[in-house]
Design a protein around this ligand. Sequence first.
Ligand SMILES: Cc1cc2nc3c(=O)[nH]c(=O)nc-3n(C[C@H](O)[C@H](O)[C@H](O)COP(=O)(O)O)c2cc1C
Length: 320
Amino acid sequence: MIKTALTRWFDLDVPVFGAPMAGVAGGELARAVSLGGGLGMLGVGSETAVDWIAEQAQVPAEAGVSFGIGLMAWAVERRPELLTAAIAAEPVLVSVSFGDPGPFVGPLHDAGIAVATAVNSLADLDRAHDAGVDIVVAQGTEAGGHTGQRATLPLLQEVLAATDRPVLAAGGVATGAGLAAVLVAGAAGAWIGTPFLSCTEATNSAAARERVRAASGDRTVLTSAFDIALGLPWPARWPGRALVNEFTVAWEGREDELRGDPAAAEQVRRARAEGDLEHAPLYAGESVGLVSAEESATAVVRRLAAEARTALERAPRLLG
Ligand SMILES: Cc1cc2nc3c(=O)[nH]c(=O)nc-3n(C[C@H](O)[C@H](O)[C@H](O)COP(=O)(O)O)c2cc1C
């Protein structure tokens, strides 16, 4: 057991939050993370079918474990039914990231649901305070998927100094030693995505999991190319960190040319449908080089906990 303000709040054994990951984190992954003693979360994307939320929420609920749901603010603005479905699913936590969480905090609190939001800058933190969120996720640019420009550690330290809310560190935490490091820095836990990309419970493809295991942490890129090609209305300030592939190399620095290029859009759409990973996005963070096995998310959480304990037990020796 490692205790923090958030393990006490959500009755967890381990301060590990399984980050919401659209297209990867469904009910089985959330259940597996929670069974390991962390808190698993469903990832709801901008195009996720609304019925998917209730279906997937049933999986951890039927196992009798708590779970959370991650929404994207800009997507909920367009599709408010996503928030309604998330509330109806009775999670203990909802995150509303990538935009202003303000309009959504009241309805979530009225339903007794805690609210988190990811921040990528100190300006985002001000907005999170104004919105009245309960938990702040300091998400560094090392993170997989959509993210900002600031690195995890300096952002985390500044956020911790500027807020009285519990803070989770996101972006690049992939070992127990890494978890121990952010806890010692003052975080109340870690919000972890990339280490779960190769888990047996993930809803990505077997080929994607294999590519994740083979990938080097040197070969990720922050790109808007896929969103532009697919015509997704992602706000420009959040590009996505993905594995480098033929598509990202071809369009690096020329993303604007993709706008309105029907051939590129068709190429990415076809690649997604056919599992062509040289032209489809495979979002993953810089910690991808540390992911080398296909295993259960329950085992990943338990290993992070055991390794973090070892690291924390060793830490006092530094005092001489
Ligand atoms: C494949 C993938 C999909 C993601 N989808 C979402 C999402 O739907 N909502 C969200 O808030 N964050 C999403 N993220 C970001 C994660 O919630 C989290 O911030 C990030 O994975 C943490 O950094 P790490 O990947 O280094 O562990 C996604 C990340 C990945 C890798």
